[in-house]
Design a protein around this ligand. Structure first.
Ligand code: AMX
Length: 440
């Protein structure tokens, strides 16, 4: 993997030099302020992390090294990983090298399958996915090299080594979990050197010969790859990695965050929501009936899955990319039709709901992704977050390789108590009063 190592090494040097220059001039300058609202509001809007793999503009969505979704939605997950970690798309020889490396690393140790087979069948596939990754932690090259006392300048190199192993294995692990839970339990093997998407599609074992299903899987693995460093899953993986835990620990931890319904599990929740609509109203519900259903859901104190976002303030461009795919390949799907009806109905309702308190009434990626998979026969919607997770791991790995290269310190923000806050604000008020009195 000479070419990849050279490119990543160069990127780390450039990023390090840039940051050192900025630091020399501005080490004590203020980059933001923290209000009590930020503190109590899930640190929303607080600038607290540097992440060079991707950037989310509230009005334009995801950027990777300056590229917007239309620039990269036709690429493969391998190309996207290369872009995330090096900042450039691979040339043909670099891509060839990466594909060969990944194909050689795609085997899951037998003990992982035995462990997964021993689990109860009502377990969630995300739990199996996270456990499967954690179970392979003993294979970490970084861990071994750290124990041997390797120089910390080389930490990133072994994090890259671990990342390639992990990225290669995840489609195999995920497809195996699908077979164990939802098919007859036989895991499909392959001796062919397949790319990540084809390996995944082949091992799922259904709809294999449908090129648009393979293309949907590719798109799925591309669009979910990264969304800055502060989202629940990426931030968790960054924190865990910052303790010099290896990438298996960091990824498993990040995926446990992705498994929450306010984050990656929202795609499963969306399909569940549409299924509920179809069960109650038939699979061609009228606009008015769907509107009433949405209102009743909100009145029952529930959220509308797939709508809203902590950063975005427009329709998620990833939603639009999936919609384009749906219009091209499965426009008649009743699930996609209901997604469209919801897109018409939900934003105006959410805009006015709770006196306009909802920051973003527009759909995010999860409002549509599952409905397309459902159309192609992946009806076990508990699995959708696992696919999100394969893709998001590309971002975890890229972020953590770079963080190691930049020798990011252990992440440890300060927490305070209610008493601390009371005392702090009281002393500020007293200071203010003293200052006022002092002024003639
Ligand atoms: N339905 C109902 N209420 C919603 C809502 C929705 N889709 N989105 C936001 N709200 C509510 C919040 O619950 C909050 O209510 P509260 O003050 O009573 O607690 C209020 O509106 C203000 O929240 P916000 O500032 O608009 O959003 P946030 O940044 O706190 O949260 C998110 C963002 C995504 C968690 C939220 O919009 C949500 O719960 N959406 C539905 C779940 C979902 O689709 N998650 C996936 C997000 C993308 C991803 O990570 N994969």
């Amino acid at each position: 993997m000479e070419k990849l190592v050279a490119k990543v090494s160069q990127r780390i040097k450039i990023l390090n030099n840039e940051l050192q220059e900025i630091y020399q001039e501005h080490s004590d300058d203020i980059v933001g302020e923290i209000t009590l609202k930020n503190l109590l509001g899930g640190m929303r809007g607080m600038t607290s992390l540097v992440c060079n793999t991707s950037f989310v503009d509230p009005y334009k969505g995801l950027f990777i090294s300056g590229y917007e979704i239309p620039d990269f939605q036709d690429k493969t997950p391998e190309e996207i990983f290369f872009l995330l970690v090096t900042g450039t798309f691979p040339d043909p020889s670099e891509l060839d090298e990466l594909n060969t490396e990944l194909a050689q690393r795609a085997t899951i140790p037998e003990f992982v399958w035995s462990m997964l087979r021993s689990l109860p069948k009502n377990i969630h596939p995300m739990t199996m996915f996270s456990m499967g990754i954690l179970a392979m932690e003993g294979e970490s090259v970084f861990k071994k090299k750290f124990e041997e006392g390797v120089n910390k300048d080389e930490y990133w190199l072994y994090t890259l080594e671990d990342s390639l192993n992990l990225i290669a294995k995840l489609p195999v692990l995920a497809a195996g979990i699908y077979r164990l839970l939802f098919m007859n339990g036989d895991i499909i093997d392959s001796t062919q050197d397949l790319n990540l998407t084809d390996n995944f599609t082949f091992r799922l074992g259904f709809n294999r010969h449908n090129p648009s299903f393979a293309d949907l899987n590719r798109l799925y693995l591309v669009l979910h790859c990264d969304h800055e460093g502060g989202n629940v899953s990426a931030f968790t993986s960054r924190i865990v990695n910052s303790a010099l835990s290896n990438i298996y620990y960091a990824t498993s931890a990040g995926l446990n965050g992705l498994a929450g319904p306010l984050h990656g599990l929202a795609n499963q929740e969306c399909l569940h929501f549409i299924t509920e609509i179809h069960d109650a109203l038939g699979n061609k519900p009228s606009i008015d009936a769907v509107r009433n259903f949405v209102m009743a859901t909100l009145d029952a104190g529930k959220i509308i899955p797939g709508y809203g976002h902590a950063v975005l303030r427009v329709t998620d461009p990833r939603f639009s990319a999936f919609m384009k795919f749906g219009d091209q390949y499965c426009s008649e799907s009743p699930y996609l039709q209901t997604v469209k009806k919801l897109y018409e109905i939900v934003p105006p309702i959410l805009k006015d709901y709770k006196d306009g308190k909802i920051s973003n009434p527009w759909p995010n990626v999860d409002a549509i992704s599952g409905s397309l998979l459902y159309h192609y026969g992946m009806t076990h919607y508990e699995f959708y977050t696992v696919m999100f997770g394969i893709s998001r791991t590309l971002g975890f790995c890229a972020q953590n390789i770079i963080a190691r290269g930049m020798q990011q310190p252990i992440i440890r923000p300060k927490s305070v108590t209610n008493t601390w806050l009371k005392t702090y604000f009281e002393s500020r008020t007293n200071e203010g009063n003293r200052t006022k009195k002092a002024v003639p």
